[in-house]
Write a protein that binds this ligand. Sequence first.
Ligand SMILES: [Zn+2]
Length: 377
Amino acid sequence: MIIKSKRVWGESTFSPAALLIENSKVAKWLPYDSKADVDYNNHMIIPGLIDIHTHGGFGCDAIDTDEQGIKTWVKGVTKFGTTSLLVTTFSCSHQTQIKSIENVVNVVNDGYSGAEILGIYLEGPFLGTEYVGGMDIKYIINPDIDEYNSYHKVADGLIKICAVAPEKPGAAEFIDHLVKLNVIPTAAHTAATFEQINEANKHGLLNMTHTYNCMSPLKHRDPGCVGAAMLNDNLYAELICDNSMVSVPACKILAKMKGKEKLILVTDSLALQGMPPGIFDCGGFCAEVTQDGSVKEVGTGMYLGSTLGLNNILRIAVQLCEMDLETAINASSYNAARLLNIADKKGRILPGYDADIAVFDDDFNTIQTYCKGVSQL
Ligand SMILES: [Zn+2]
C-alpha cells in the first residue's frame, strides 16, 4: 500500500512524500508524485500517538473491566490517532490488581485489533498518602518487593512502568529491584523532596508521573518534585496538557524546561474517555459529561477529569500552549518510545519502523489511523 500527503512528518519537519507500507512496516519514502492508494492531500501524516498513561476509555477501565472491555477500549482509542498504549492500573486490592493484570495478559495472548498494548503501567499501590488525589488511600502501601513480585509473576513480562513514592522507606531498594527486572520506575503521588527525587534518579528513577499533579510543588527554598522534574535532564516528565488538570502557562513552562526530548503528553484518561455528553457512573461517582468534554460530579460540580483523547491533548499543546511542532509531536510519540526503549521501531515514520501512523487535519481531528499498516477507521 502507498499513502501520500504534502505534509509527512520526518524527524523534525514536514515534507511532501509518499510512503510505501509493506508487512506492517514503513518500507520506503517515495517522491510525492508517486501513484498512491490514498492521497491525503494537505492533511498531516505524523507518527501514531503513544499514550503511556491511560486508565481506560469507551466505558471501560483497567480495574473494573473484563477482557472484552479492554478490547473495546484499545479499538476505540484509534479514533484519537493513538496506535499504542500502556494499560494503566491504579491502587486497588491485591486480588483486583492481579485480576486486572491477568486480563491484559489474556487479551494479549488471545489477540485483538486496534491500538497495540505495549504493556502495563502500575500506578499504585506503592504511592505516598500526602498527595493521594483520586486514589483510594486504603489500598496504598509502602514499597514492598514481595508484593511487586506477586504482580510480576502473573504479568508475563508486560509490566513496563511501576510507580513509587521515593520518600517512602525501602524505596531505593525497590527502585533497584525494578531496574534489575527491566521495569521503569516512575515517581507518582509523592511528597518527595527535590533531593530525594534526584537521589532516586541515581538508582534508576526515570520518569515523573503527571508532573505537577499529586506531587510536592516548586517553592523558592524547597523546589520539590516539580523542581526536580524541571531541572533534572535525565528525567522524563509526563504532562496532562489539557488546560484543566494543568493550566496553559504551567504546560508552557514545563515544555520549555524539558525541551523536545523529555516531555511526554498523556491523557491519564478514565473510563469516560471518548464518551458522549450524558450522565454516567464513574468509579462510584455520579458523573456528567458536558458538551466541552469535561467530567463533573452531579450535584457538587467537582471536576473529575475529561473525555479528551491524546489528539485533543496534542491540539492543546500546539494551539493553546504554542509548543513548536517538534516538541509537541515528539512528546506524543517518540519520547514515549524512547522511555520504553522501543525507539528503534516506534515513534518515527522511517523505513523499518512499524507503520503506526496518524493522519490529522489542521485541528488534529483524526482522518485515519494505521496500526502496523492496518487502517482503523
Ligand atoms: Zn493515572
